[in-house]
Structures are given as structure tokens and as C-alpha cells.
Design a binder for this molecule. Structure first.
Ligand code: ATP
Ligand code: MG
Length: 756
């Protein structure tokens, strides 16, 4: 079993071990009165996941006891969501309404046992008689009706003789019970309503607390898992089953904490209000936390499931930071999405000394992603860059093109500014530039130093594209309703340009637009003639930074501020102090750190102190230490002091050394770090005791490769017949088979050899 044992899995495992049940049976019981949301995904992952992990079954049961709010459209959305997440229910879809006859018989049985009665108090009176938490209730005078009278009335209720609200069926339990749910709870009420499945057969409908335990029992469910709000219902759940003296095995109810996420609402009622009110474009609006919304936006099922696993299952309610969900999708797409170029706000650049045209072979993935693949990028005299990547009078710390600062066109050449053409209002409409012929990426002998590489597209081959940029639907962490909506949650860019491969490439639907974020071919509106892309998520968490700068409430954000690239240095970030600038200079100039990392360190006194301390350890390269500090340690230092950490700066330096000496891969280093932050052990010892040393021995790797080849003859054939995309598959399989320990560089080379 690959799942961590949460408390529910522990219960299930114990119940199977003790022989209480032969097989585990769970169910996912949504009410089809709205589209399922990410909270439901948690419940789906849990119920179906437990059944899968323990070799049992999970039922999908539409909890359709409320005739007026239900709809087949919603039932369909629920089925789609379960399938999309990769699960299959046992048998047919079930419905509580399938059991209406059995439930009715159970009610008759209770009446005959003297455990239920028809009450004729008004709704108002029933409420009044119930008492309060501090005062006991009073029993209705109708509670003394004879069994015969109750049977007669209940039958006539069913037959539609009475108006809504005239009578109800109640359990006879205890009007002074401490648990209010036990004060003669309602079992049936009259509802003259058409049911979307049962039609007009019924004039009475069972209440949840009666229908649920019995539906579970009828289906042979063993573990009935629900959210914490139902804790008080458990006593009634047990009462219904006990009172009817049903023969074992019987189900038991267990509660877990429901998922809440900040900056969003998560109840179907509130979601319905947004949809009905036209505040969003339907249930699958990519800004909604519905599964259909995430799906349309471009989230992958894997990312949602990983998220559900990461947040775990607990018994205490909490609010999960939406950044964690965004992390999960970023993490998934980082491994999958090819990197391509898009220019959001095109500015023409004419390269005056360039003649002809050429095609540049550009890799889809950066070196640290173990996937192969590339595309051809046309290059020519006229290109477009992003308007934000040129500044005539640059702010401090601006690293892109300026009149005095050259810049690299990613995958291509370094260019330098010559002139700017302006319109009558003084707006720049074109840049004239020169390129350096000997500066081409990969064979650069120019010796020219640049501070960054920017995206670009060739003017004649670029395709126009529409971008839909989504921001959080609500402005505040704990939104109450529509008054908290973020007015800038959708921004549409009509005239972006993408490189031709993005349109031609049919094997991918999701891309990383370099420096902008991850994008998805809009599943409904996309066509090659009118390409539309949804922004799935940005490249880093821009929101935390934004909101930490204490903005005034409801501040109208300028167009600029919502542009993803301004997550970068300039924007509204405070200028560095003198000391910070000194540090920054030292880090970049003397220690060769890249500006991104240096910037993070210089601005954060705690991080800088940690880093400086780690540098004192002999023989470790500043860059690897800095990477560990700004990525891993920084996460922990957000809410801790240095002395509270389980490890010391020296130990981090040692971890860096293990990476530098290629003893472990950066991927394994993350695992080692996790262990260090728990136990404070030395990295060398963790690596040794767990056998994590990177495998670079070609003999060992080759034997893994042979294994993988033998197991996948079909893919080998396809690859050899020309399906180059499968290369990544083989690399992935080999890395996986080695437990992530094989040296990716060597794996790449050896696979190329082996598959020739
Ligand atoms: P909502 O309050 O959003 O309308 P609900 O609980 O009424 O949700 P149901 O359709 O009755 O929705 O729920 C189906 C299943 O999903 C139930 O078992 C419920 O416990 C679970 N569920 C609903 N919301 C969440 C959540 N936020 N986190 C975890 N599980 C949830
Ligand atoms: Mg509900």
C-alpha cells in the first residue's frame, strides 16, 4: 500500500484483521444538487482510495431524498468527476431512491415496534417543543397514538391524502436527550413533489438521518465515512440500526474534517448563487473550486489527488492555504509540460544586421527535467518581445533590455539596442536592435555578459492567441459572499503571440509559457484558427508576496500588477536598503549566485544569516548551498527561528556537498532534507543508512535499462518506428525503477545507446 496510514485506514485495517468484516465496502454519497467541488474530491479520494487499497468496493450512491433540488445534470457531473479522478464505482450507480420501498417497510416495522409515531404538530410547534441545549423538550400529545392509528395515518400520508406539513413520522426516542438530534427526530415528511427518478409515486420522502444508515445497511457498507458536522448524527445513525434489530454485519459511521480552502467558498449553495447570479460563466468556470472548473482550467487529476494526499485526513477542521493546491499543480506540470514561448504584450524588434532566416532546435525541457523532446523555432529579422522586457529608463535592478544593457533571446542570440521608434504620442512602437552572430545559445563565443534571457517569437510565423488569465475569485481569505468577489479575477488578453509549435504540437495540451506560467488549450473554445489558452497557474506563488505588502482594501489593481511576469523584481517591490544592495553585489559578483537567488537572500536577514553560517563549512559551493537555503530552508524559516530548526547551517552545507560531488541527485537531496528537518540527523548518515547514493555506474544503470526494455516491447517498437516522444517514457521508467537514484544525465546517454 502506498498510502500513509491515516486514522481511517488504521480502523479499516484493524477491522479486517480482527475478522469484523470480510471485505471493506465504502460509499461516496453525494446529493445531486450541484456540481461537485474540491471538498468532494477529498471525499472521493478517501472512499474510493480506501476500497482500492484494501481490495474492497466503493459504491457511488446519489443521495436523492430531496425531490425539489435534484437534477440529472448534477448526477452526470458527479459521475464525470469520479471518472476523471480515475476511479470506478462498483456495479451500477446507486440511488437512495432505489430503496424507497425498503425504507418504507422499515418505517412500518418501527411503527409496529412502537418506536415511531405520526405527529401532527405544526412545524413551528415541533421546533418549540424540542427545547434548547440547556432545557429539555416536551413530547407531543400525538406521541400516544396507537400502532393502528399510526399505521393508518402513515399509509394515508404515503397515498397523498394530506397536505405538505400536515403530519410527519417521528422516531420515539427521548425528548430530554442531551443530544438534540435524539429528541424524537423526524423520519418522514410529506412532500407533494415530482422526483427526478421516482416520478410521482411518493408523497412522502425519508429524512437523511433515517435513509442514510439504512441505505448503507442495505448495500452492505462497512465504513460509512462522513464529515465532522455529522458527529452528533452518529448516535441517531446507530439508533436506527439498533432499533430495527438488523442482523449483522452492520455499518458504522466515522467522521473526518471537511476540506476548507482560503480565498474560496465551498458549499454548493454558495456556488449555485455564483452560477445563477451570473458572477461566473457556469459551473465549469475555471475560477470555481468545482472539479469541472479545475478540469477546464487545466488542472490534472494527478495534481488534485496529490493535493488530497498531502493535506491528509484529520479529525480537526482547518483551512488549507490555496497556495498548497497551486503548488500541487505546478509540481505536476513541471515534470510534464513542454516549455514554449508566448509574448503577451508584443513589441516589434527589427534586428538590423540579421539577414535571411533560420530554424533553431530548442529543447522542450530544462536540464533538470528528465524528459526529452524539442521543436524548431523559426528565427528572422523581425521578432516580437514582450513590452515589459524593454525599459527606456529602467528601474534599479532591471535585468532585461535597455538602451545600454543587452539581453539574450532565449535559445537564440544576444541582442543590443540601437534605436526606438515612437508614435506621435511618444509611445515606443518598435525597437531597432543588433544581434551578435557568435552569441547563439549553445555555441556562444561572444564573451558578452547578459543578466537575463527573455522570450520572443518570430514575426512571420507567430500565431495570434487569446489568453485567459485567472486570479482568485475572492479578494479576502475568508469570503462571505458576492460582496467579497475580486473584480479582476478574469483578464482576457486578445493579442498575444505564440510560437508555431504551440499550435502544431498535437501531443500536448498543457504548456509552460516561459516566464509566464502554465497554460492549457481551452477545451471548449480553442481552435487552431482561434487559439485560446487558459492560465492554469503562475510559475511561483505571486499572491503571498502581493498580500504581504499590506495593500489597502479593494485597491484597484492596475493592469500591470496582474500581469504574471511582474512577479519579478521590479513592480512594487520595495527598493533594497544599502546593506542589502551590498550583500546582493557580493553574492552575485563574488560568489557567482544568480540574481534570483541572491535577491532572495539579500532581502531576508534570517536567510542571509543562515547562508553565511553555512558558507563557513569548508569545500562547499555557494550556489548549491544558496539553492538549498532559498528553496528548502526558506520554507521552514517562514514560521520558525533558526535555532528552532532541527538541523544546523553546517549540515545544510554538507548536504550541498553531497549534491556537488554527485553522490546524490537533487531529487534525493529533497528527501534527505525532509528527513533532516524531522530528525536532525547528518545528511551523510541518512544517505548511508538508507542507501540513497546516486547510481552512476553504467553497468548498474544498463541492467535497469535492459529490464525496462524487456518489460515494454511495444513501446520499444513504437520508439524505433519513429515515435521519439517515448524517449521520456523510458527515462522516467528507469529513474523510477532506480528509486530516483540513477544519475539522470547518464541514464539519458545510456538509453540513447540502448535503443539505437
Ligand atoms: P456542501 O455543503 O458543499 O453542499 P454537502 O456535504 O452537502 O456539501 P454532499 O453532496 O452531501 O455535499 O456530500 C457528498 C459527500 O462529500 C459527503 O460524504 C460529504 O461528507 C463529502 N463532502 C462534502 N463537502 C466536503 C468537504 N468540503 N470536504 C470533504 N468532504 C466533503
Ligand atoms: Mg448535503
Amino acid at each position: 500500500m502506498n498510502k500513509k496510514r491515516d486514522f481511517l485506514r488504521t480502523i479499516v485495517a484493524d477491522d479486517l484483521a480482527s475478522g469484523k468484516y470480510k471485505e471493506v465496502v465504502t460509499r461516496f454519497p453525494p446529493e445531486p444538487n450541484g456540481f461537485p467541488h474540491i471538498g468532494h474530491a477529498k471525499s472521493i479520494a478517501l472512499n474510493f482510495g480506501i476500497a482500492r487499497d484494501f481490495g474492497g468496493r466503493c459504491h457511488l450512491r446519489m443521495d436523492d431524498t430531496n425531490p425539489t433540488t435534484e437534477d440529472t445534470k448534477y448526477a452526470k457531473a458527479i459521475e464525470d468527476a469520479v471518472h476523471w479522478l480515475g476511479f470506478e464505482w462498483d456495479g451500477e450507480v446507486r440511488h437512495t431512491s432505489d430503496y424507497f420501498h425498503q425504507l418504507y417497510e422499515y418505517a412500518i416495522k418501527l411503527i409496529k415496534m412502537g418506536k415511531a409515531y405520526v405527529d401532527s404538530l405544526s412545524e413551528e410547534e415541533i421546533r418549540e417543543y424540542r427545547g434548547t441545549v440547556t432545557e429539555p423538550g416536551r413530547r407531543s400529545k400525538y406521541a400516544d397514538r396507537s400502532v393502528e392509528e399510526n399505521l393508518d395515518l402513515f399509509k394515508r400520508m404515503k397515498e397523498g391524502e394530506f397536505a405538505d406539513g400536515e403530519h410527519v413520522l417521528r422516531a420515539k426516542i427521548d425528548m430530554s436527550a442531551a443530544n438534540m438530534k435524539m429528541r424524537d427526530p423526524l423520519l418522514y415528511r410529506i412532500r407533494h413533489a415530482h422526483h427526478f427518478r421516482a416520478g410521482d409515486e411518493w408523497s412522502i420522502y425519508p429524512m437523511y438521518d433515517f435513509a442514510h444508515p439504512l441505505s448503507d445497511y442495505i448495500e452492505g457498507v462497512t465504513h460509512s465515512i462522513c464529515t465532522l458536522e455529522f458527529e452528533n448524527n452518529r448516535e441517531l445513525y446507530d439508533w436506527v440500526i439498533d432499533a430495527l434489530e438488523l442482523k449483522p454485519p452492520r455499518p458504522y459511521q466515522y467522521e473526518f474534517a471537511r476540506l476548507n480552502i482560503n480565498y474560496t467558498v465551498m458549499s454548493k449553495r454558495k456556488l449555485l448563487e455564483l452560477v445563477k447570479g451570473g458572477y461566473v460563466n457556469g459551473w465549469d468556470d475555471p475560477r470555481l473550486p468545482t472539479i469541472a472548473g479545475y478540469r477546464r482550467r487545466g488542472y490534472t487529476p494527478e495534481s488534485i489527488l496529490n493535493f488530497c494526499e498531502q493535506i491528509g485526513v484529520a479529525k480537526a477542521n482547518s483551512v488549507v492555504d490555496v497556495a498548497q493546491l497551486e503548488f500541487a499543480i505546478r509540481d505536476d506540470l513541471n515534470k510534464k509540460a513542454p516549455r514554449v514561448m508566448c509574448v503577451q504584450d508584443p513589441l516589434k524588434v527589427t534586428i538590423v544586421n540579421y539577414k535571411g532566416e533560420e530554424e533553431i532546435e530548442a529543447a522542450y525541457y530544462p536540464a533538470d527535467v528528465a524528459k526529452e523532446g524539442s521543436r524548431k523555432m523559426p528565427f528572422g529579422k523581425e521578432i516580437y518581445i514582450d513590452r515589459a522586457d524593454f525599459a527606456e529608463t529602467p528601474p534599479k535592478g532591471y535585468y532585461r533590455l535597455t538602451p545600454t544593457q543587452p539581453v539574450r533571446l532565449k535559445h537564440a542570440y544576444i541582442i543590443k539596442y540601437e534605436d526606438a521608434i515612437k508614435d506621435e504620442n511618444g509611445n515606443i512602437i518598435e525597437i531597432k536592435a543588433k544581434y551578435f552572430p557568435d552569441s547563439r545559445s549553445g555555441s556562444d563565443t561572444s564573451g558578452i555578459k547578459v543578466k537575463s534571457a527573455i522570450q520572443w517569437v518570430e514575426a512571420n510565423h507567430a500565431k495570434k492567441a487569446e489568453l485567459r488569465l485567472y486570479d482568485r475569485l475572492f479578494r479576502v481569505e475568508n469570503p462571505q459572499g458576492i460582496e467579497d468577489l475580486n473584480p479582476d479575477s478574469l483578464q482576457i488578453i486578445k493579442d498575444a503571440l505564440v510560437e508555431p509549435a504551440v499550435i502544431k504540437e498535437k501531443a500536448y495540451e498543457r504548456f509552460q509559457f516561459e516566464r509566464m506560467g502554465y497554460f492549457y488549450k481551452e477545451p471548449v473554445d480553442y481552435s487552431d484558427e482561434h487559439p485560446v489558452f487558459n492560465k492554469i497557474v503562475g510559475l511561483k506563488d505571486s499572491w503571498t508576496k502581493k498580500s504581504k505588502q499590506k495593500q489597502p482594501e479593494k485597491k484597484p489593481r492596475s493592469k500591470k500588477a496582474t500581469q504574471p511576469r511582474n512577479e519579478q523584481k521590479e513592480g512594487k517591490v520595495a527598493p533594497m536598503s544599502k546593506e542589502q544592495q551590498e550583500l546582493f553585489k557580493r553574492y552575485t559578483k563574488e560568489q557567482g549566485l544568480n540574481s534570483e537567488v541572491a535577491n532572495t537572500l539579500a532581502r531576508d536577514a534570517k536567510l542571509a544569516a543562515f547562508y553565511e553560517e553555512a558558507l563557513k563549512e569548508e569545500g562547499s559551493a555557494p550556489m548549491s548551498i544558496a539553492n538549498l537555503v532559498t528553496n528548502e530552508v526558506a520554507r521552514e524559516l517562514k514560521n520558525k527561528e533558526i535555532i528552532e530548526l532541527a538541523y544546523t547551517p553546517k549540515q545544510i552545507a554538507k548536504l550541498a556537498k553531497l549534491i556537488d560531488n554527485e553522490i546524490i541527485s537533487t531529487k534525493i537531496a529533497k528527501d534527505v532534507f525532509e528527513q533532516m528537518s524531522k530528525s536532525g540527523e547528518n545528511p551523510q548518515e541518512i544517505v548511508k543508512s538508507r542507501g540513497l547514493e546516486q547510481i552512476s555506474d553504467p553497468n548498474v544503470i544498463n541492467s535497469i535499462i535492459q529490464d525496462v526494455i524487456e518489460k515494454n516491447p511495444k513501446n520499444v517498437q513504437k520508439y524505433q518506428e519513429g515515435n521519439q516522444k517515448l524517449f521520456g517514457f523510458f527515462v522516467g521508467q528507469v529513474l523510477k525503477a532506480s528509486g530516483g537514484k540513477a544519475n539522470p544525465k547518464i541514464v539519458n546517454e545510456l538509453i540513447k545507446e540502448a535503443l539505437k
